[in-house]
Write a protein that binds this ligand. Sequence first.
Ligand code: ZN
Length: 299
Amino acid sequence: MSNTKSIEGMLLKAIGGLYFAETPLGILECKARGIFRKQNISPCAGDKVVITDISDTKGVVDKILPRKNSIIRPPLANLDYIVFVTSTCEPTPNLTLLDKFLAIAKYKDIKSIIAVTKLDLQKNAELIDIYKKSDAEFIEVDYDNPDSYMKLYDMISGKITAFTGNTGVGKSTLLNHIVKDLDLKTGEISQKLGRGRHTTRNVELFKIDNGGYIADTPGFSTFETQKYDIILKDELASCFPEFNEYEGKCRFLDCAHIKEKGCAVLEAVKSGEIPSSRHNSYVEMYEEAKLIKEWEIKK
Ligand code: ZN
């Protein structure tokens, strides 16, 4: 049965030129119009799309609706939240990496949640102290107290959320507590695609029972952050919310808050108002951004 009507859907997964879209007709397996390649746009998970040429469970992605935001590695669109799973210790949190991701999320208008694990091994006080003036939300994960992680579950209800975190922080454990049947779902879809779970680096959105969609993203890395999702140096300070209150208070209007005389941000670092680790990450990102020309950044 074939018809010419079009419907809207959301892409859950892109793999080998095929796009799996959730639609009112169920999951449709779609190809994409050649025009996207010519325009250098790749449809990705999270994209809201218009599908035409529908026949049984197949269709064609005809149009990508305007994106609220997108990240390139891993490719995801229209994210509401990124959850940064961070352990208090074992492994010691990589704050520089965390700061980079928080800044990028801010830049792309994605809300950040820091989910802190392994509180039984070490208290969370230092992390809270460092990030209390950033605008990231904090979840202290305690598996003896379901309210702690169910708060996260409620926050991401009806939203599109990516989970990320270094190896060993307990991201899978957290996901399995929030989404009871995640493993099962992962297995099912992979089986349907005829591929093993570990053979693809593609990211996939899973619908969970609170109406939200989550992506488990092993793919974030420092290297790829630098290469793709870089923030222009002049826009960087606005991605560190704790710098806001000092805006316009530096001696020089074009102050970069690196080592300038009369810099209000540096004064605040000195007095402990701004944590020095946050400022160090800012300086590192600023130096990296200086090396990149605007035209080199892949949009
Ligand atoms: Zn300054």
